[in-house]
Ligand binder design. Structure first.
Ligand code: FAD
Length: 263
């Protein structure tokens, strides 16, 4: 989905597909596309027209399957990323890439419906992986606070350290409950976009805080790669950005409250 000029604002995308007889011709560039370099095919979202909406003219979007090796479809290496260093991202270029109509995923102009079948669930996956990493960082921190001695006593006896542990555990539990509740509602078929956004927002922001405090509790050793904390801290950074930034999650949550009131 993402393009150099269109990230959060998906409908601002410039890459487009136009009909040519029974075929489609794709042009444009996507970037930050996870693992496209090793995938046999990509699912790509293209602008296929415009429509009037209550908030002005917006692009209509269609999803396409594109096999690796299709003429006019090039996959280039993406950027080096501070988080998840084993996780590659790619740039996809479409230059008069011709696809048959059978390559359309879902219905023409209904790409958002296609994306929405998995976007919420992937937000819950992001939340869930944050919980696991925060649990690990907290566990290391509790053990270290009980072991490490300074000024003749365990550092966990200093309120400056023990209160951090309390806050970390409380935030973790709150994120855990939000994520489990959203997952349970997902299974019941009653989940809302806001439920999934709250879980993603809370879990990703909680991990940022827990990872940072875990390093603080470990002092200098926290930054060394002898321990998993520097990696948890680095990897945590992207979680507030991909699958919709924290600001976009807040937008979704507040929109669900305001829209029924005409806001
Ligand atoms: C490692 C990595 C892998 C990725 N993998 C994929 C992938 O496989 N497929 C894919 O399609 N995308 C992928 N993305 C893209 C990711 O979803 C986008 O980076 C994300 O949606 C944000 O878009 P942007 O980076 O263009 O930032 P922008 O949208 O330009 O945002 C910049 C800043 O402005 C803020 N902002 C924007 N709009 C608003 C608003 N309305 N209200 C308040 N604040 C706002 C944002 O929150 C952010 O702080 C990946 C990104 C990364 C980093």
């Amino acid at each position: 989905m993402t393009e150099p000029g269109a990230g959060s604002d998906l409908r601002g995308m410039k890459a487009s597909a136009r009909r040519d007889g029974d075929d489609w011709i794709l042009n444009g560039t996507k970037h930050f596309i996870s693992h496209a370099d090793i995938a046999d095919f990509s699912i790509v979202f293209m602008a296929t027209g415009e429509e009037d909406t209550p908030r002005g003219v917006k692009k209509k979007i269609t999803a396409f399957f594109v096999d690796k090796g299709t003429p006019g479809f090039t996959i280039r290496d993406g950027y080096r990323n501070v988080s998840h260093r084993g996780y590659t991202n790619a740039v996809l270029e479409f230059d008069d890439c011709r696809l048959p109509s059978s390559a359309v995923l879902g219905e023409v102009d209904k790409g958002f419906e296609v994306a929405n079948t998995w976007l919420g669930a992937t937000r819950l996956q992001v939340a869930a992986t944050c919980l696991g990493r925060a649990e690990r960082a907290l566990q290391h921190s509790v053990e270290y606070a009980a072991e490490r001695k300074q000024f003749g006593q365990q550092i966990g006896k200093f309120q400056g350290v023990s209160f951090k542990l309390a806050d970390m555990a409380t935030e973790l539990k709150a994120a855990n409950l939000l994520t489990w509740e959203a997952g349970w509602k997902f299974d019941q078929g009653t989940v809302t976009e806001s439920d999934m956004s709250m879980a993603k927002l809370k879990a990703t922001e909680m991990l940022a805080m827990v990872a940072d405090e875990a390093i603080q509790i470990h002092g200098g050793m926290g930054l060394m790669d002898e321990l998993p904390l520097e990696r948890i801290w680095r990897d945590a950074r992207v979680e507030r950005i991909w699958e919709g930034t924290s600001e976009i999650q807040r937008h979704i949550i507040s929109r669900e409250m305001l829209r029924p009131l005409g806001g």
